[in-house]
Design a protein around this ligand. Structure first.
Ligand SMILES: Nc1ncnc2c1ncn2[C@@H]1O[C@H](COP(=O)(O)OP(=O)(O)OP(=O)(O)O)[C@@H](O)[C@H]1O
Ligand SMILES: [Mg+2]
Length: 284
């Protein structure tokens, strides 16, 4: 079967152990959810480790399967959802190939058919008439009706649907239909507490522990400031970027300005205020 290229799709296997610091001890719970084949919804802000968590989860499942004698790594199919995504994009369509009309599986169908994890990133961005397509495959039925083929596909025994949702802290919030959200077991994510976030920076960028602590202190200060005015919070991802710039020789203040301050603030006065905080906390 072939895969359509109508929506941003990635299908891979996880060949190396992804680094994931399981601060909230969610991995064992997610593994239990997988054993029970209960779909998982990851809820949390941008850049807090949701995608990395899914990669690590798939790797952990692979380890368990290998211990049971199955050395075939599971596919991880990722679809970035958006408001123009249709159920046809997910399920599949007929396309013309030369003289022939052939059926091409969409990413959800590919995953349901072949097994593994299908990760619908930012599912709440998709329209409600698109999200209902996952309903039959995320409840006890575990089937995907394919209207255009007139068939109902039973999910592969290893199939699990994982979705993510960024609640957006009240700004332009898009709520998921209750009948969709209640098909999932929900895991809440947030930026790690300071020591853990510093540990992530050391592991991800190779900076020393003291510098990592200073970067985290800066981020925490910034988060308090930004939270109080309802503005964008700097994510762990941005801190990793700053740490990576420093590891590649950048001055710490320049790294914070480039990777963090300019990303979260547009207004020059706001940026200046943030740089004052950085100057007070970081070495030159
Ligand atoms: N607990 C963690 N363990 C390891 N790395 C982490 C952790 N939390 C955050 N990171 C780091 O943060 C970066 C961003 O994580 P990731 O891409 O998984 O975020 P996300 O929550 O999926 O964001 P988005 O909602 O924007 O897709 C990763 O590249 C990783 O370096
Ligand atoms: Mg992600």
């Amino acid at each position: 079967m072939q895969i359509t290229a109508t929506s941003p799709i990635e299908q891979l296997t996880v060949s190396q152990e992804p680094y994931y610091l399981d601060v909230a001890e969610l991995l064992p719970k997610a593994l239990t959810a997988y054993e029970a084949r209960i779909p998982i919804l990851l809820r949390g802000p941008t850049g807090c480790g949701k995608t990395r968590f899914v990669e690590r989860l798939v790797w952990e499942i692979d380890q368990r399967r290998a211990a049971a004698g199955n050395h075939q790594p599971m596919p991880l199919m990722t679809v970035a959802c958006h408001e123009d995504l249709t159920s046809v994009d997910l399920v599949g369509r007929y396309v013309l190939r030369g003289e022939e009309t052939i059926w091409v599986d969409g990413p959800l169908t590919t995953s349901v058919r072949n097994g593994g994890v299908c990760y619908l990133d930012e599912l709440s961005e998709a329209r409600r008439d698109t999200t209902v397509v996952v309903h039959a495959v995320t409840d006890y039925r575990r089937v995907l009706p394919i209207e255009r083929l007139g068939t109902v596909l039973s999910a592969h025994e290893s199939f699990l649907l994982v979705a993510s949702h960024n609640p957006d802290r009240g700004l332009g919030i898009r709520r998921m239909r209750e009948s969709t959200s209640q098909r999932f077991m929900t895991f809440d994510f947030d930026y790690p507490e300071p020591d853990a976030e510093a540990e992530v920076l050391v592991a991800e960028a190779g900076v020393d522990a003291d510098l990592a602590q200073m970067l985290v202190k800066f981020a925490c200060g910034l988060r308090v400031q930004q939270e109080s005015v309802g503005s964008v919070l700097p994510s762990t991802r941005l801190l990793v970027h700053a740490a990576q710039l420093i590891a590649h020789g950048a001055d710490p203040l320049d790294a914070c300005e480039l990777a963090v301050v300019r990303t979260v603030a547009v207004d020059p006065t706001e940026q200046q205020g943030m740089m004052e905080l950085a100057t007070a906390l970081l070495p030159r």
